[in-house]
Each structure stands twice: as C-alpha cells, then as structure tokens.
Design a protein around this ligand. Sequence first.
Ligand code: FES
Length: 183
Amino acid sequence: MAARPAAARRSADGASAEHPSGDARFKMIDRTLKRFQYQQDALIEVLHTAQESFGYLSEDLMIYVAQQLKLPMSWVYGVATFYHFFTLEPQGEHSCTICMGTACYVKRAAEIVAKLQDEYGIEPGETTPDGKFSVAAARCLGSCGLAPVIVLDGEVMGRLSPDEVLDQVKERLASKKPQSVPA
Ligand code: FES
C-alpha cells in the first residue's frame, strides 16, 4: 500500500504526529528522526531506516523524509539515487547485488551478471515477474580484496566464480525466506 505522508505533521516539541496512514512502520522512521533531532545531516541515516522498514524508497517515503527534515525533495531524491545501497523500486524476496567496481570487474563480475541473466532473464535493476529475485549492480563495495564481491540477501560474499554464485543463488531461492544476517 502506498504511504500517504502529506498530512503528517510535526508537533511543537519536535515529535512526529501519528502518521495518518496508520502504518506503524513510520514510527521507526520517526524514532530515527527524533534520535538525530531532525538534523538535516542525518538524511542518510533516516533514509536507511526508511528503506529497512519498507524495503525500498518510494516517492511518498522520500516526500515524507523531505518534509520532516525540511529539505527540498530534489535533495532527498539526489541522495537516494546517488548511493548504490538505496533502491527506489520494490525488491524481490531474495536479492543479489554484484559489485561492478574495477577490482571486481577484472575478476569476472560481468560474467556473474551474464550468468544470472541467462538463468533468470533479468538484468541489474530488475526483479523476476514472480517477485522472487532481484539483481542489482553496485559501485565499489569497499571489499576489493574479496573481488569479485556480491551481496546475497544482505550477506557479503567474495571470490566466487560465476557458477558458484549461481549455485548460491539457487540455494537461496529454494529456501522460503532470506536467511537473516548477523548484525
Ligand atoms: S571494486 Fe568491488 S569491492 Fe571494490
């Protein structure tokens, strides 16, 4: 269900009024906003919470965050689209992000993308029609020593061949839900 943030207001003491949609997930965002005292430089933290709560950053969510931090929507959108860890589209039940940075590229990252494309018919940025699997590409994930690096259901994995990545993905898709990743 799309969130309807337009009527959300902040009360005089800075606390967020109850979100009119009644969606309890907004409370998680509100807690982060409060923790950072609605400071504009907490934008990335707030967007992280929004994405963790809703799975992706819808336009409505970005409007909500922009309103709460008193930032222009264009600024929020710019940040959300600049960083690879934010996604503006609903994700599949399972997801695989492939690092396409230089170190990973020379270690066959493009072959991993091609392998998954052959098997599932989707390119980075797409989700299978059944909503089960999403593929994304990222810039350097900061673990170049493990190249090629992938993030499968939130778990960082490195030094896997394209065939090994495919095996891992098949295993995940055979399980019902993404395995939880220790914090
Ligand atoms: S290039 Fe892939 S982790 Fe740095």
